[in-house]
Design a protein around this ligand. Sequence first.
Ligand code: PLP
Length: 494
Amino acid sequence: MSYPDRAAFGDLSRLHPLLEALDRFNRFEGPDPAGRRQADWKAHLGSTLPEQGAGLDEVLKDLSEWIVPNGLRNGHPGFSGWVTTSPTTSGTAAALASTVAGSQRVWVHAFNHLEALSLDWLAQLLGFPSTWHGTYTTGGSSANLIALGAARQWAVEQQGVDPSMTGLPPELKWRVYASSEVHHVVNRAAAILGIGRRNVIGIPVNAAGELDPDAAAARIRADRAEGYLPLAIVATAGTVNTGAIDPIRALRELATTEQTWLHVDGAYGMFGILDPDVREAYDGVAEADSVALDPHKWMAAPVGNGVAFVRDRGLLGRAFTLEPAAYLEGSMGTAPEVESPFDAFGEIFHEFNLDQSAPSRGVQVWAILREIGREGMTDRVMRHNGFARYLSELVGRSPHLEQLAPVRLSICCFRFIHPDIPAERLNDLNRDIVARLRAEGDLVPSTTMLQGRFAIRPCYINPRVRQSDVELLARRTEEIGLELLPRFRESPAG
Ligand SMILES: *Cc1c(COP(=O)(O)O)cnc(C)c1O
């Protein structure tokens, strides 16, 4: 075939060397060059817009030799930072396949079908009612935004107004109730939805980091007295700091009493429901009004894969409809039979979402579940929760390590301690330990602050983590802490 555009010639079999480079990258051998060698690779990549194209071969060469080797190693087995990892092979293959052959999720084709099928599988996996409407999003940020958009639609409709058509009635004041540990994407969603960040009320948590439902009830009552209406209660199933799970059942009851919406942010922790040891904590989630979760976290789908589930499809549609447009609906066929895939929209998602054009993401979740099944996902979640408990055990056994929060899911917060080091120096000491760990490159946990104390915070969702990496983290933290001791003993704070 011949095309007028040179870039249209692209034999995909020429990608083999790139696949080999990706495979090499995924072996994570040698020190991580991306940070240390940034001057080199930035210089190679240059800064001037090319007037003439260099051709596909040069692009492939740059990708294999300069870009992939300096990519992000968040899939390294020693990486346990934040709540992120890089995808496994089935999800990677699915992403490549959909980039080429399913580049839009709309119309009648296999990828469109898999959007719906995989959402159905997720609902089955997590025990959600089959009547809920799911929709793929770019991640937890937009999943929470969409879910709270549905909450807003419902709450304001109760007042006789359609906020999607007329906006928020100025005479009504709304509040969202969440734990003080809520992820800030919820505050941002409130900002975008016209509720306002300051109207997301952080309810105090107990020692385990769980929202106190009595405090929430009291606050809602007090706010009502001042004219505020509750727009939603947000329960977090797996906080990013410690993995705490808010009391979903109690919050369901509170939301029912207060006639308000219950949203569950399970971006990280929703898959924890698969672990029989913690399943009970999720009691009530199937009666929530909406749930956000991230396949790109514990499922290790390629990043850019979040899901919002909302109990009422019509409500979601009213909140997010694109409204009929001549160039969309008007271009659909009218024949009862689908002769061309372009005669019908197939499974519709753009009416329930923020995006019109959007990639097919369902195929990624389909591929992962087809590869490992419920059993494989359950094993992974249990293994990772087990790693956090095991680390907690190792911490308990060491005189120089201290656990800083209870372990609920796959996060264990701890720090190095020593009788010679005054409390006010421990934060700096532990900060330096983590800097050393990162510099060595074998272990990359992240950190957080818990009641003013600097915590080393591994979060195990990375499918490549081994038990030996967990042991190494406890051992190296202690060794480095002891090595750094003289510096912290001698120099006073400040
Ligand atoms: C990760 C996370 C988010 C944000 O999700 P992104 O996919 O990073 O946008 C929100 N809430 C919780 C509880 C999370 O773990």
